[in-house]
Design a protein around this ligand. Structure first.
Ligand code: SAM
Length: 231
């Protein structure tokens, strides 16, 4: 799919994602504070709520769609938040090349594209390989949050996380429909309003866990795209 590109001039947007070098993300913020990542920020409603609550944390958010980045930047600017930076970058590229090992306090993935057809499920972002990247970039005790409206995705990611020795469950079950004070994203709101439950998993990286090898970027769907327009 080719996107209609709109120029983003917001000061919170990092226009040249490819020019950022590994380890430089922290220097994009005015204050050196713990860093968290949101993947697939959509229109930015989730991150604005979270960043308002946590002014002592920094948030790097990414989406591959230009207009989502634009709307997120507009929301961040309107809220006057200085602890968010927006990049238009493929998530696995960002995690492999720009974020240092153990740099992240938390990762948030909300309602990722569900790819409901069986033959397309291999396109889903969150799988075993992705969780290795998450373990690589999270600091010990760093949190991984995942939400989806899609039953099959929610159940399988909950089970994958539960079976992953590097993660410890912060809830009593692999996934829950109880969201507590977790901010509600645009997609979550859409499904909650229809009476559909959200599948929410919250795990932390075990402090004593050692990754055997440094994960490499998957040669899968979308990961070939690192900053050019997706076709
Ligand atoms: C279904 S929308 C959900 C948006 C938002 N998280 C919400 O809950 O309202 C999924 C978003 O993930 C983005 N996305 C999909 N694959 C991605 C990837 N590999 N890297 C970064 N963003 C991605 C899409 O562009 C889209 O904006």
């Amino acid at each position: 799919m080719t996107q209609t590109m709109k120029l983003i001039t917001s000061p919170v947007f990092i226009p040249e994602a490819l020019a950022v070098k590994e380890g430089q993300i922290a220097s994009l913020f005015p204050h050196q504070q713990p860093l968290s990542l949101e993947i697939g920020c959509g229109v930015g409603d989730f991150i604005v709520q979270l960043a308002k609550r946590h002014p002592q944390r920094n948030f790097i958010v990414t989406d591959i769609f230009n207009q989502g980045c634009l709307r997120t930047c507009t929301r961040v600017d309107e809220a006057g938040l200085t602890n968010i930076r927006v990049m238009r970058c493929e998530a696995r590229f960002l995690m492999t090349h720009l974020i240092r090992a153990g740099e992240l306090d938390a990762i948030y993935v909300n309602c990722p594209d569900p790819w409901p057809k069986k033959r397309h499920r291999k396109r889903r972002l969150v799988n075993h390989e992705f969780l290795q990247l998450a373990l690589h970039t999270l600091k010990p005790g760093g949190e991984f949050h995942f939400s989806t409206d899609f039953v099959d995705y929610g159940v399988s990611v909950g089970e994958l996380l539960d079976a992953e020795p590097g993660f410890a469950n912060l809830q009593s079950t692999p996934y829950s429909h109880e969201l507590g004070d977790y901010p509600i994203s645009k997609y979550m709101r859409r499904f909650l309003d229809r009476g559909q439950p959200i599948y929410y998993s919250r795990f932390e990286r075990r402090a004593d866990y050692q990754l055997k090898t440094t994960p490499e970027i998957q040669r899968g769907f979308r990961s070939r795209w690192v900053g050019r327009d997706p076709k």
